[in-house]
Design a protein around this ligand. Structure first.
Ligand code: ADP
Length: 406
């Protein structure tokens, strides 16, 4: 089965077409700056192979439908296309950030799903409108192709109330569904299964702390293959220190900023989501730039890195307490997979808790799933590359398999 994975934002569509018989990527790309003066489409056919071919188009792209038309033209292009006709696209999987507590599994898209996603916009105001635009266009352009929504929140729906409730007036939960949802669920789910496989254990018998460190970062306590706690909350703002998000911070900062700086709620939201984290501390949000600045003696960049490591260690410590027995700490995503310094800072001083890195294994420039802990470390430390598109395509195929619950 060929599955087209779509991650549609308010002004972008990222996509990947996968052949699920071999789990290979036929093509991938992104349409960006939709609705702006000049839009950009970057497309890769047969990525990572000898036949890889890149195409970049710069032109106005009025809306999501115009963007998807450009993508389709490339997918079935007579010379560089990867399938002969659109009939060869047999399913579509949509990445959805916020599924609230309405969705506790991936499901087939129908009018009811679209209605529920629309109702969830207050809980996912940044992402869900863009996802809905993608679903609308995909249903219009591929009316006969079954489509599935795969949610970032679903993996965390197994959290117990003691982990997902905020100690706010209970009515806020009843009226507005104010609670922790957690995000990056597709990634935590994928790497936890891959890590269990790497360890030669069944997921049901494996306890893990999965550490997704990218532009956005989150940690998850995984007990027997299920999420029992995670660091992101009602929105992706809470938890770890990220590229531009502050993570955990006292809510009383809001009224202070309102009173002293005259900032509106929207401005404070923008400040905490887009101007904080690494960027807020040292002016840079890309981890590679931070390392470069540290090497040049930049004290703020050093501080940002120290804060990042400290926050990560605090979360690892608390999830050790949540889980009791832990088989492995699993690093993933852009920073987690590529940055030995970040991994070392996240594990530093935790030897007494059974976490011992092997400095050489940590530094080895390998790719793929690997063990970077010292042989005698009671808790293994792994690096497992994430692959959210593959997980979405797998779940899409699973939901549509004959006999599966839709
Ligand atoms: P997103 O959350 O947008 O998917 P990624 O998972 O791609 O983000 O992670 C982006 C982060 O990964 C950036 O901070 C980037 O600096 C960092 N990163 C990517 N490659 C490396 C590397 N080789 N060394 C250190 N950091 C890296």
């Amino acid at each position: 089965m060929n599955v087209l994975v779509i991650n549609s934002g308010s002004s972008s569509i990222k996509y990947q077409l996968l052949d699920m018989r071999t789990e290979t990527v036929l093509c991938s790309g992104a349409v960006e700056r939709i609705g702006e003066e000049t839009g950009v489409l970057t497309h890769k056919a047969a990525p990572g192979t000898e036949r890889e071919e890149k195409v970049t188009l710069s032109q106005p792209i009025a809306d999501h439908e115009a963007g998807m038309h450009l993508v389709i033209d490339l997918i079935v292009h007579p010379e560089r296309g990867v399938v002969k006709s659109l009939d060869e696209i047999e399913a579509i999987g949509h990445r959805i950030v916020q599924g609230g507590d309405i969705f506790n599994a991936s499901c087939v898209v129908d009018d009811r799903v679209v209605d529920e996603l629309t109702k969830l916009i207050p809980l996912g105001p940044v992402h869900n409108p863009g996802h809905l635009a993608g679903i609308r266009v995909a249903r219009h352009l591929f009316p006969k192709v079954p489509q599935v929504t795969v949610f970032d929140t679903v993996f965390h729906q197994t959290m117990p109330p003691r982990a997902y409730m905020y100690a706010l007036p209970y009515e806020l939960y009843e009226e507005l569904k104010v609670r922790r949802y957690g995000f990056h669920g597709t990634s935590h789910s994928y790497v936890s299964k891959e890590a269990a496989r790497f360890l030669g254990k069944a997921p049901e018998e494996t306890n893990l702390i999965t550490v997704h460190l990218g532009n956005g970062s989150s940690m998850c306590a995984v007990q027997g293959g299920k999420s029992v706690d995670t660091s992101m909350g009602l929105t992706p703002l809470e938890g770890l220190i990220m590229g531009t998000r502050c993570g955990d911070a006292d809510l009383a900062i809001y009224p202070l900023l309102g009173a002293e700086k005259g900032l509106s709620i929207a401005e404070i939201n923008e400040l905490t989501n887009k101007q904080s984290g690494f960027k807020g501390i040292c002016g840079k949000n890309d981890m590679r730039d931070i390392h470069e600045a540290v090497a040049q003696g930049d004290a703020r960049a050093r501080l940002a890195l120290d804060m990042f490591g400290y926050r990560n260690r605090k979360y690892i410590g608390s999830y050790l307490a949540v889980l009791g027995r832990v088989d492995a700490i699993v690093f993933t995503a852009g920073i987690g997979e590529n940055d030995p310094v970040a991994r070392e800072l996240s594990c530093r001083g935790l030897e007494h808790l059974g976490i011992k890195l092997d400095p050489e294994r940590n530094l080895a420039p390998e790719r793929g799933a690997r063990d970077i802990s010292a042989p005698q470390s009671p808790v293994r430390v792994l690096v497992v590359p994430t692959n959210e598109e593959l997980e979405i395509a797998r779940q899409t195929a699973e939901v549509l398999a004959p006999g599966a619950k839709g």
